[in-house]
Design a protein around this ligand. Sequence first.
Ligand SMILES: NC(=O)c1ccc[n+]([C@@H]2O[C@H](COP(=O)([O-])OP(=O)(O)OC[C@H]3O[C@@H](n4cnc5c(N)ncnc54)[C@H](OP(=O)(O)O)[C@@H]3O)[C@@H](O)[C@H]2O)c1
Length: 396
Amino acid sequence: MRNVAVFGATGSIGGSTLDVIARHPQRFRASVLAAHRASGALAALCERFAPDLAIIADPALEADLRARLIRAGLATRVASGPAALAEAAASPLCDTVVAAIVGAAGLESTLAAARAGKRLLLANKEAIVMAGPLLLAALRDGGGELLPVDSEHNALFQALPPAAATRRAALAASGVRKLILTASGGPFRGRSRADLARITPEQAVAHPNWRMGRKISVDSATLMNKGLEVIEAHFLFDAAPEAIDVVVHPQSIVHSLVEYADGSVLAQLGNPDMRTALAYGLAWPERVEAGVPALDLVALARLDFQPPDLDTFRCLALAYAALRQGGTAPAILNAANEIAVAAFLDGQLPFLAIAEVIEACLEQIPAEPVTDLAQLIQTDLTARAAAQRMMRRLHC
Ligand SMILES: NC(=O)c1ccc[n+]([C@@H]2O[C@H](COP(=O)([O-])OP(=O)(O)OC[C@H]3O[C@@H](n4cnc5c(N)ncnc54)[C@H](OP(=O)(O)O)[C@@H]3O)[C@@H](O)[C@H]2O)c1
């Protein structure tokens, strides 16, 4: 029986994870559930899954959550605050941690799970973008295993030889020439910069193929999501920036591909449903039913591929630039993006200005080699403050 901690249980990935867990009560148990402020939704999940521990990250809501669980007659213990997340990630309450908190807020619990040698199902791409070298060191020291559940990286993990997928062998030594990430292109694929000037948050979060949280939906619309994934692929598979390509594939059926030296290209295909990657990560190396309908190739009939438009969607180019710069540059990119996307979702920043804010932050803050967590947290705060200043100067 796997005891699974689901961090971000009330979100889109959290919901998909719990759906897979519920399908296999003999194999998986949700032992820890955590959310930020949605205490009502978290209490409802506790009634359904009866975890040992429920964590609400905002301490102001701990009493509310406790009262709800008492009213429901549950024995689930309650904790609150970011430290409780890291503590639970490292505790014997779980052997598996699903890192599905959105943004930098997920970093410390993700690192704690890695250090404690857990099986880490990583959805929280911002954590590895910010702190790739620290996360890899924590995994090495803790002896844990990282199963990528971002659909593209899960596809690469499946299409790579096992030694390369788990970084035991360099990609070139395994005959790998390129990692090719697919991108749906988001809701604004094919649009020009002029078309994007007056985009509203509701238009930006209306993704054509995937139902996801609001932040990642905006990231998909700007192509920053793909940029973050390029950086994630670099750290996960030890791939040079030149060995990672992006191709736009509007149907979101081919989730990513690996090109080999002999000309073979191996891809992973499936319907766009995160339960495939999550079931793979939970059951690996076995495979279990995930509730995902079979892929009907004949009904699909065609698969299209196009180059990304880096002039209109500048965030992807900025992410490659931050990756090439290295050190703390990806953390600066990520923090500036989180601030700019939140302002856009709040109606405070135009869509096209998201890239302007990020570019200005990358220009203004010098990147340094990554040393430790304290340095990265300080860099994150510095970049957030710079992004706020930039927004006031540019548009707000
Ligand atoms: N959705 C997808 O299909 C998908 C695919 C690949 C990767 N990902 C990645 O997975 C992560 C989650 O995405 P999502 O779409 O599931 O997001 P989401 O639907 O917005 O859910 C976010 C979850 O994180 C929790 N949370 C937010 N801030 C927190 C904090 N400060 N401390 C603790 N918990 C916090 C939220 O709790 P409340 O409900 O209380 O706010 C919620 O449970 C992101 O990093 C995203 O890039 C998502």
